[in-house]
Design a binder for this molecule. Structure first.
Ligand code: PMP
Length: 483
């Protein structure tokens, strides 16, 4: 049983056998999670964490209805593509019934990246044009093509923007180019897209597609003004391009109100890509498009895409969403969480903004409310302080200063109140540390000392003689430091 290994052995094996570029969630003091149920995760010491970020485990970790569906189908048949399957067509029908009428053809794949890659391919095949417009700080996947249309990754890896990619500003009314005090920020941001199209065309280039998350999770939980997407979709279509909605994070009811985030923006995309939540952890992704666009590709295959086990699990996820009324729950619990976060906002000088929709909520951690400058160090310290309190959280966005909430959809109002209370206390501590740092003391705000001490203790408790340097000297546990 691999779980009989000590924490340290697992960490060492990870260093030896897994790519160094694959990052762990808590780099300073990683967690070894051994089991999970509903909105809770358990580590190798039996600690229970309230999971505030796992949007893949959409209907709750290891939901019995989904697990049973997978197990039962696995005993009957799990084969590769190319055969007629009741399960697959029934699942395709159910997905299509949740979408606007014209989005009626499915492609089954295994990851969000595969779905977005195919989306670009289809857009090029249909339009016979090549270029892609993307929103700044977006992430759309890990293939070569998708890295090129993921400004977040281009920046991280210091890569140039290719000539077929056109990056437009993030429609962020809090810290972006046009803010909430503008009369019509949606129009101003949409004008930037119009301008990008005009510039591209003046250079003889042609737009195949505009791709965006309807609400930008990756760019820091951004909720564009309501008129932004309708205007952008109009400009892109006038230029002969297609509009792709990446619903990999935002879809399947996460934003409350509707199944799909684009519905609250009053647009209908030409292509929609779905992933993450579809299989509740089992790898499934789907691209849905119109018949005409689909027909522009005369052959496509995926060995595992739409296999019977994936489809059985996908259908079980849809059952749970319906049976457990998860859309209305996301709406009311999300409101509960935001109300509570907004209630504590005036108490905290480092808490700049609270925004969200359903179970997709972001909290801006800033240097001060006036400048709105991002405060990555405080956000990171907060995430570690919350970990000590047994809340699983993350800081995201281009400046890593947005605390995100994207919990499993079974998250309750009680959970929301508990996490907001803990955040209130942890943030007060971070603010105190921050004051001391700014008043010239040597105390380092970046990662709480107790986190380093605990991490060291955990590793020391094994037989090996290996050790860390004293806490405070080092900020990150790099793989080399483990042995
Ligand atoms: N698009 C978005 C918005 C995502 O968040 C992700 C994954 N983080 C992807 C695409 C890629 O999905 P996957 O990791 O399943 O390939």
């Amino acid at each position: 049983n691999p779980e009989l290994q000590t924490f340290k052995q697992t960490l060492k094996m990870r260093r030896n056998y897994v790519g160094k570029s694959c990052k762990l969630h808590y780099e300073v003091s990683p967690l070894k999670i051994v089991r999970a149920s509903r909105q809770y995760m358990y580590d190798d010491s039996g600690n229970e964490y309230l999971d505030c970020i796992n949007n893949v485990s959409h209907v709750g970790h290891c939901h019995p209805h989904v697990v049973t569906a997978g197990q039962e189908q696995m005993t009957k048949l799990n084969t590769c593509y190319g055969f007629l399957s009741d399960c697959q067509v029934a699942y395709a029908k159910r997905i299509v019934e949740l979408l606007p009428e014209q989005l009626c053809v499915c492609y089954f794949l295994n990851s969000g990246s595969e779905a977005n890659d195919l989306a670009i391919r289809l857009a090029r095949a249909y339009t016979k044009q090549n270029d892609v417009i993307v929103i700044d700080n977006a992430y759309h996947g890990n293939t070569e093509n998708l890295i090129s249309i993921s400004p977040k990754k281009l920046k991280e890896h210091n890569l140039p923007i290719e000539n077929w990619v056109h990056v437009v500003p993030t429609p962020d009314v809090y810290r972006g180019k046009y803010r909430e005090d503008n009369i019509n920020p949606g129009q101003l941001y949409a004008n930037e897209v119009k301008l990008a199209i005009a510039k591209a065309m003046a250079n003889g280039r042609k737009i195949a597609a505009f791709i965006s998350e309807p609400n930008q999770t990756q760019a820091g939980m951004i909720f564009p003004p309501k008129n932004f997407l309708p205007l952008v979709y109009r400009y892109v279509r006038e230029a002969g391009g297609l509009c792709i909605a990446d619903e990999i994070q935002t879809g399947l009811g996460r934003c409350g109100e509707h199944y799909w985030a684009f519905q609250s923006h009053d647009v209908v995309p030409d292509i929609v890509t779905l992933g993450k939540s579809l299989g509740n952890g089992h790898p499934i992704s789907i691209l849905v498009t119109t018949k005409e666009i689909s027909d522009s590709l005369n052959e496509f295959s995926s060995s595992y895409g739409g296999n019977p086990v994936a489809c059985a699990m996908g259908m079980a996820v849809l059952d749970v969403i319906q049976n457990e009324h998860m859309l209305s729950s996301a709406k009311s619990v999300g409101k509960c969480l935001m109300d509570e976060l907004r209630r504590i906002l005036p108490n905290h000088r480092l808490m700049g903004d609270v925004r969200g929709m359903g179970m997709m909520v972001g909290v801006e951690i800033v240097q001060d409310k006036e400048s709105r400058k991002p405060n990555k160090d405080a956000a990171e310290a907060l995430v570690y302080k919350m970990k000590e309190r047994k809340f699983m959280m993350a800081n995201e966005g281009p400046d890593k200063n947005v605390i995100i909430f994207q919990p499993p959809m079974c998250f309750t109002c009680e959970n929301a109140l508990t996490v907001a209370k803990a955040l209130d206390q942890a943030l007060a501590e971070v603010e105190e540390d921050d004051l001391r740092v700014n008043s010239g003391s040597n105390l380092n705000i970046q990662v709480p000392l107790s986190v380093l001490t605990n991490a060291k203790h955990k590793l020391d408790s094994d037989d090996d003689e290996d050790d860390f340097e004293s806490p405070g000297k080092r900020q990150k546990i790099s793989y080399e430091e483990v042995d």
